[in-house]
Ligand binder design. Structure first.
Ligand code: CP
Length: 316
C-alpha cells in the first residue's frame, strides 16, 4: 500500500490486514487506543476542501497516536480564496516536507489525480471525494461489523437512503463484496439510486419494510441535499414516512441487527432518535473505531511509501 484511494481493486487479504492492524490498536480497550512511534518524524497534512467533523478529527487523533507531526490546513482561511489552485496548494505543502496528505474534496477523482499527477512521492489518503469513494469510512464500518456480528460470509446487510449521492454506499458495497458478504441490499426510492447499481452485486428494494426483513446490519444514510438539484429533493416528511428507520421498521430486521450510520445523522429525517440512541445502535462505536482504522491505513501507506522511496534510491 502506498496510497489509499479507494476500495475497488483491493484484495480480501489486504482488507483483512487493515482490519487486523486496526484491531491490534484497539487491544487495550474499546476507547483507549495505544500511542505508538510508527510515524515519528513524519508530517501528516489534513487538507479538507469539504466540511467534516468525524473524519478530520479522527485522522488528526490517529496521526497523533502514531506520533506524527500534524498540520491541519484551514482551507476556508487559506490562499485558495485568492485563487491558488489545488495543484499549487499541495505543491507548497509538499515543499514543507509533508510525507502524507489526507484529502477530502468535492470532486470525484481528486485523490487519484493528486496521487498520479501532483505529488506522487507523498502518500495520499482519500478522506472522501465527491460521490465517488470514502474508503476509510468503509473500513471502519467493516471493523464495526466484524467486531459485533457474524462472519461476513453469513451476513445480510441493508444500506438505506440516498445511495445516489453517497460515496459511503459505494465504498461499503465494494468492501462487503470483497469480504464475501452474500446478501447486500440497497433500499431507496428510484430517484435516489444510481444507474447500473446492479453492477455492485446488490439486491435493490424500493420498499423499506420488504428490504429490511431479517437483515443483520442496517446502514442508514442521510439525504445529501448539498449534492441534489432542487427538482430531486424529496420532502423530508415524506422521506421519513417511507424510508425513516423507526423502532417499528427496525423490528423487521433480526432482533440483534446492528444500526449503523456514518454521520452526520439527521434525526427525524432518516432515523428516529430512539433508534439512533437505542441498544442496537453502534453509531458512536463507528466513530471510535475510525481512529484505529485510520491509524492502520496511515501506518501501512507510510511503510509502503518509504519502501518505494528506498528501492528507487537504491536503483539510482
Ligand atoms: N462520516 C463522515 O464522513 O463524517 P464527517 O463528514 O463529519 O467527516
Amino acid at each position: 500500500l502506498r496510497h489509499f484511494l479507494g476500495i475497488d481493486g483491493l484484495s480480501r487479504e489486504l482488507l483483512t490486514e487493515i482490519l487486523d492492524t486496526a484491531d491490534s490498536f484497539l487491544e487495550v480497550g474499546e476507547r483507549s487506543i495505544k500511542k505508538v512511534p510508527l510515524l515519528r518524524g513524519k508530517t501528516v497534512c489534513n487538507v479538507f476542501f469539504e466540511n467534516s467533523t468525524r473524519t478530520r478529527s479522527t485522522f488528526e487523533l490517529a496521526a497523533k497516536r502514531l506520533s506524527a507531526d500534524v498540520l491541519n490546513l484551514d482551507v476556508q482561511t487559506s490562499s485558495t480564496s485568492k485563487g491558488e489552485t489545488l495543484y499549487d496548494t499541495l505543491r507548497n505543502l509538499e515543499a514543507m516536507a509533508a510525507d502524507m496528505f489526507v484529502v477530502r474534496h468535492g470532486d470525484s477523482g481528486a485523490a487519484h489525480f493528486i496521487a498520479g499527477n501532483v505529488c506522487p512521492d507523498v502518500a495520499i489518503i482519500n478522506a472522501g471525494d465527491g460521490n465517488h469513494a470514502h474508503p476509510t469510512q468503509a473500513m471502519l464500518d467493516m471493523l464495526t461489523i466484524r467486531r459485533h456480528q457474524k462472519p461476513f460470509e453469513q451476513l445480510s446487510v441493508a444500506i438505506v437512503g440516498d445511495i445516489l449521492h453517497s460515496r459511503v454506499a459505494r465504498s461499503n458495497m465494494e468492501a462487503l463484496r470483497i469480504l464475501g458478504c452474500p446478501d447486500i441490499r440497497v433500499i431507496a426510492p428510484r430517484t435516489l439510486l444510481p444507474e447500473g447499481i446492479e453492477q455492485y452485486g446488490v439486491r435493490v428494494f424500493n420498499d423499506l419494510r420488504t428490504g429490511l426483513r431479517d437483515v443483520d446490519v442496517v446502514i442508514m444514510l442521510r439525504l445529501q441535499k448539498e449534492r441534489m438539484q432542487s427538482g430531486l429533493l424529496p420532502s423530508e416528511g415524506e422521506f421519513y414516512r417511507q424510508y425513516g428507520l423507526t423502532s417499528d421498521s427496525l423490528a423487521l430486521a433480526r432482533p440483534d441487527a446492528l444500526v449503523m450510520h456514518p454521520g452526520p445523522i439527521n434525526r427525524g429525517v432518516e432515523i428516529e432518535s430512539a433508534v439512533a440512541d437505542g441498544a442496537q445502535s453502534v453509531i458512536l462505536k463507528q466513530v471510535t473505531y475510525g481512529i484505529a482504522v485510520r491509524m492502520a491505513v496511515m501506518s501501512m501507506a507510510m511503510a509502503g511509501q518509504t519502501t518505494q522511496r528506498q528501492s528507487r534510491q537504491g536503483a539510482e
